[in-house]
Design a protein. Structure first.
Length: 271
């Protein structure tokens, strides 16, 4: 793992406007007292509904928390009724856009070609895509890795250069009582990271895990993921803070290992 540990939250449409505003205020207060987040060792982004984005931007102003959108138009500004363009999202301060979630693919018929167009639109506007990939049926870890890497390549085809956050979300684990087994997750995330590392256009990209992710998972995954993508488990701010605490522990461990490696190499720590 290099860089901060990343924790993302998608609220889907579970919260009404007032409930979301109260959640933003509570989380903003707690995050302001959470040193690893304020120091940048842990990065938090929150993805509410479109109508809740301005309230989120106001609540998190002055904090390191970044705000995203749950979708983005594949089209530029123009005669595309009902769409929300990447350019407008960027204009108001959105820095992340969730693209290709399994629900968008299943319920709204989004193909990999549509997902690729949305990824390109986000990158063109300077927005980091949170690109969701994952196998629909439960496969062996190696087969799941092959399937998701193939999906990743298709979803990034012809996209401009820029970092992406790849959210590995096996469809069969979304909404399940438990996340996928740790060994399954790490086999897939290692393969995804290798694919990203092999592409110079994706420098600075990260791989996180979603799919019934919650407290107690991140510390079991080691350095094979860069963080977690949370859903319903983050509705309780206490659970979110618990995950941020775990992310802090992972960041501290990674930093300690990096210093140890430098010392072993004969490099003076802090030089």
């Amino acid at each position: 793992m290099s860089g901060p540990v990343i924790v993302g939250v998608s609220l889907k449409t579970y919260f009404g406007h007032d409930q979301a505003a109260a959640w933003f205020a509570d989380v903003a207060r707690r995050v302001g007292e959470h040193l690893p987040v304020t120091a940048g060792d842990v990065r938090l982004f929150v993805i509410p509904t479109y109508l809740q984005i301005p309230a989120a931007l106001d609540a998190f102003a002055g904090t390191p928390v970044r705000v995203g959108a749950q979708d983005v138009s594949a089209f530029p500004a123009g005669a595309f009724t009902g769409e929300v363009t990447a350019a407008e999202l960027a204009e108001i301060g959105v820095t992340y856009a969730e693209v290709g979630h399994a629900e968008r693919r299943r319920l709204f018929g989004e193909t990999d070609e549509v997902v690729a167009a949305k990824v390109a639109a986000a990158l063109d506007a300077g927005i980091v895509p949170v690109l969701c990939v994952g196998e629909a049926d439960r496969l062996s870890a190696d087969d799941a890795a092959a399937a998701t890497v193939a999906q990743l390549h298709t979803d990034l085809e012809d996209s401009p250069a820029g970092p992406v956050v790849v959210a590995y979300e096996p469809v069969w684990a979304i909404g399940a009582p438990q996340p996928a087994p740790a060994t399954h997750i790490t086999t897939v995330t290692r393969a995804l990271r290798s694919a990203l590392d092999a592409d110079p256009a994706r420098a600075g990209s990260s791989v996180i895990y979603g799919g019934s992710a919650g407290p107690g998972l991140l510390t079991r995954l080691g350095d094979d993921v860069d963080g977690l993508f949370l859903g319903r488990f983050a509705h309780d701010p206490d659970a979110l803070i618990a995950v941020l605490d775990e992310a802090s522990a992972v960041a501290d461990r990674s930093w300690s290992e990096e210093l140890s490696d430098e010392t072993d190499d004969g490099t003076e720590a802090g030089a």
